[in-house]
Design a protein around this ligand. Structure first.
Ligand code: SF4
Length: 238
């Protein structure tokens, strides 16, 4: 029985398409994915603006900067010394592929690319899957704190651990969608969860009256009914 698809369908119906990732190029997605660790996207945007002004977001130019200068340019993203080292470390590896996302993607299978990304210092599963899905256009689902919060509140019965969660979403979506469409739907589902978590299902003060995932009846036109129990945190029930 589908667990995630009814959530996906209802969120898409309520919030509309996200068209993520907010970036002008796959390379910018990669840089953003590294800089966004432990900080808000607003801070990353400031760092990207400084970096763009200084380097035109060219990998070669970023690599030519001293680590100290790079750290100052990305200061607003927090942990800037660590992130400067990680970004340049990643770029030294990426240079083997001529700084080309297409060359990188063509170099190995999806799973092998994920394995190699996870070998890079400071690239954890969430960053690796963000790069794979949003820069390389490969079918990986990005799990994050918003995903865990939503699954826990909806009592989806999914382990709140990265790998089991990711694999559960991917296998359910794989059963529903063709390979050609899979990445787009995994991309959209993560984006919707983040948007929903930021605007409605907030950590404190969730806006349940506006949410389609609580006790509300399925909206007209939706094919899947609710497969999950009512949201345990639905503030309409207290
Ligand atoms: S009903 Fe409230 S707590 Fe439950 S998913 Fe919606 S916003 Fe979150």
């Amino acid at each position: 029985m589908p667990v995630f698809l009814p959530v996906y369908e209802r969120l898409l119906h309520q919030l509309g398409p996200s068209r993520w990732w907010p970036a002008e190029s796959p390379f910018e997605v990669i840089v953003g994915a590294i800089l966004t660790q432990n900080t808000s996207w607003k801070n990353v945007e400031k760092a990207l603006t400084s970096l763009r002004a200084a380097t035109e977001l060219q990998a070669e130019q970023i690599l030519r900067l001293s680590q100290e200068d790079l750290a100052q340019l990305i200061r607003s993203s927090g942990y800037f010394n660590q992130k400067a080292a990680r970004l340049q470390g990643f770029l030294r590896w990426f240079e083997r592929f001529d700084f080309s996302v297409d060359t990188l993607r063509a170099s190995a299978s999806s799973e092998e690319l994920r394995r190699q990304l996870l070998e890079q210092k400071g690239i954890g599963p969430e960053t690796a899957d963000s790069i794979l899905c949003y820069a390389l256009n490969l079918p990986f689902f990005v799990v994050d704190a918003y995903s865990f919060r939503l699954a826990e509140r909806l009592q989806l019965g999914i382990p709140l651990k990265y790998e089991p969660f990711r694999l559960a979403v991917e296998s359910e979506f794989r059963r529903r969608f063709t390979e050609a469409d899979l990445t787009a739907h995994l991309n959209e589902f993560h984006a919707l969860i983040v948007r929903h978590g930021n605007t409605l299902c907030r950590k404190r003060d969730p806006q349940c009256a506006e949410c389609v995932l609580g006790r509300a009846k399925p909206a007209k036109g939706l094919t899947s009914g609710l497969r999950f129990r009512s949201c345990r945190y639905d503030t309409r029930s207290v």
